[in-house]
Write a protein that binds this ligand. Structure first.
Ligand code: AMP
Ligand code: ZN
Length: 498
């Protein structure tokens, strides 16, 4: 069957265009990632989910090994410095801790890991190289330890946001500084004080401006020109406009990326959810606390709630939308009655692909799945579509099963016979219908099932004062990396030792 044509709305041309990759054997996408100083909010979750769906679609259309998705981690920023100082911890500690929570959050949202997640602090050399090129070609100048991009030196600056210089000046909060030649000129490099993070450069010890990092990381991992660049609509100006200016002028190219895609806002009472307005809910608190509607929410529920609205439209945040998405998900999962995880390949239905290929029409894709759940003969298709869209926990798919299996066998140092034993149990789970509605974690189930049996045998041995047998079981488990704890009330609990 022929591959359906993918159409995407390109902010650069303000039209829906047919997607033609530079090289179909290597489709390349860059999406601006988080600044790791604080937990991400559910507005930030929107681009994560939208571009994850696009990543999945591209993998389906071009083959997983032919798609590279780069999402950066901004780990140098003045907000990071301020927060680390406020908390009295090192910058590294703060960025590591925040990134760890971020990675757990995106996983819970059902997102695949991007091909690469480069960090800004590991690309300082590339940033310096780009800045040097810009100075050499007359597009940037050094002044007072700063390096600035000379905006009027670029003929078609403003092409993405379609604003004239006058409009940009009127609309932007422009810092007036003595070292700037023009009001719109923006910082590529700035000096660092002793207590601020800094790197040696031809312009003295300093640190990069905000925009240069994305030009550097996309260049390092995707080349001078690539296919798709994405982010939220607020990034069009100035961030993406400035990325284009830096990359095009440094590399002498007309384009940085051929297609620019932007998601709409998640709003609260008509306003963008944002840290600065203080109207935000973190992904973490939605998943792990009962502050919203009196319960915790699985990541897939937020994911479905978001996918139901076209990615370019605004969404108004309500608990009601989550409740509706939750009811849908529960109903759909219940309709999978006879499907066993082994049947779930995650290969989507062609109609769902067609809907998504039309500028990611998630709304239509979701509606299609909804109508399919009413047809008992399409259970496996529904499961595959849900898995494809990231709406079924990964562990219920074939690949998820294999990975969990590897985790289990790696987690415990097991003997051959134990591995065989557990593999058999595992296979039984994978091939019998699982009640997906309950969402019990099979990995945990296997682990505790097996351990509980051993613990019971050991308790019986202790009851009959067979200390040798009791110690043997304890040692055997210890060898697998499990510590037993005999409690005062006669029960025994266990934990995995690190
Ligand atoms: P930031 O941390 O503000 O740089 O945002 C990270 C990503 O989330 C960027 O792609 C933003 O455009 C996007 N974003 C921030 N706030 C929202 C929101 N309320 N709705 C949708 N996307 C957002
Ligand atoms: Zn960026």
């Amino acid at each position: 069957m022929s591959t359906p044509a993918l159409k995407i709305y390109n902010t650069l041309t303000r039209t829906k265009e047919e997607f033609r990759p530079i090289d179909p054997a290597h489709v390349r996408m860059y999406v601006c990632g988080p600044t790791v100083y604080d937990y991400a909010h559910i507005g930030n979750a929107r681009p994560l989910i939208v571009f994850d769906v696009l990543f999945r679609l591209l993998r389906h259309l071009y083959g997983a090994e032919h798609v590279t998705y780069v999402r950066n981690i901004t780990d140098v920023d003045d907000k990071i410095n301020a927060r680390a100082a406020e908390r009295g911890i090192s910058i590294r500690e703060l960025t590591e801790e925040t990134n760890e929570v971020f990675q757990q959050d995106v996983k819970a949202l059902g997102c695949l890991e991007p091909t690469m997640q480069p960090r800004a602090t590991e690309h300082i050399a590339q940033m310096i190289a780009i800045i040097e090129r810009l100075i050499a070609s007359g597009h940037a100048y050094a002044a007072d330890g700063h390096v600035l991009f000379d905006v009027p030196s670029m003929q078609n600056y403003g092409r993405l946001s379609r604003r004239s210089l006058d409009e940009m000046l009127a609309g932007a909060r422009v810092d007036v500084a003595p070292y700037k030649r023009g009001d719109m000129d923006f910082v590529l490099w700035k000096p660092s004080k002793e207590n601020e993070p800094g790197w040696d450069s031809p312009w003295g010890r300093g640190r990069p401006g905000w925009h240069i990092e994305c030009s550097a990381m996309s260049w390092a991992h995707l080349g001078e020109t690539f296919d798709i660049h994405g982010g939220g609509i607020d990034l069009v100006f100035p961030h993406h406009e400035n990325e284009i200016a830096q990359s095009c002028c440094a590399f002498g190219q007309d384009v940085m990326a051929n297609y620019w895609m932007h998601n709409g806002f998640l709003q609260v009472e008509g306003e963008k959810m944002s840290k600065s307005l203080g109207n935000f809910i973190t992904i973490h608190e939605l998943l792990h606390t009962e502050k919203f509607g009196g319960r915790k929410w699985p990541g897939e529920v937020l994911r479905l709630a978001m996918l139901r609205t076209h990615y370019r439209q605004p969404i108004d945040w309500t608990v009601k939308a989550l409740e509706e998405a939750d009811i849908n998900l529960q109903t759909w999962r219940r309709s999978l009655g006879n499907v066993s995880p082994r049947d779930i390949t995650g290969i989507p239905d062609r109609r769902v692909v067609l809907a998504l290929a039309d500028d990611l029409n998630g709304h239509e894709a979701i509606q299609l799945i909804g109508s399919m759940t009413e047809d008992a003969s399409s259970q496996v298709d529904v499961a595959n579509n849900l898995a494809f869209l990231g709406l079924l926990p990964h562990r219920y798919t074939q690949r998820g099963f294999q990975e969990a299996m590897e985790r289990i066998t790696n987690k415990f140092q097991m003997q051959e016979s134990q591995i065989e034993d557990w593999t058999a149990k595992w296979n039984k789970f994978a091939s019998s219908p699982v009640n997906l509605g309950e969402l019990s974690d099979i990995e945990d189930a296997i682990t505790s099932d097996d351990l509980n049996t051993r613990i019971e045998v050991r308790l019986a041995a202790r009851a009959s004062k067979n200390w040798a047998e009791s110690d043997r079981i304890r040692d055997e488990l210890a060898a697998m990396g499990i510590a037993l704890k005999d409690n005062k009330d006669g029960t025994t609990t266990w934990e995995v030792k690190r």
